[in-house]
Design a binder for this molecule. Structure first.
Ligand SMILES: [Zn+2]
Length: 72
């Protein structure tokens, strides 16, 4: 059995199967200085009956966190 987390969605935690669209986000971590860059992957297409994809929801949460920080 081959286990690899490379195709796991960082937002919902479920795996991204081949054929599904996904988005890659580079992770900037100073602790990883000198080592190979790592990436987060997110579903780029919404699941059935859902309004936004994991990527869209993730970006919305980031935006909300920024807004809250400025407001506070
Ligand atoms: Zn997902």
């Amino acid at each position: 059995m081959i286990v690899c987390c490379a195709n796991q969605c960082a937002y919902c935690g479920s795996s991204i199967v081949s054929g599904q669209r996904w988005v890659r986000e580079k992770i900037y971590d100073p602790a990883l200085n000198g080592s190979a860059p790592s990436y987060h992957r997110y579903h780029a297409e919404p699941f059935a009956l859902q309004e936004g994809s994991c990527w869209e929801k993730y970006q919305m949460e980031q935006e909300m966190a920024r807004t809250t920080a400025y407001a506070g």
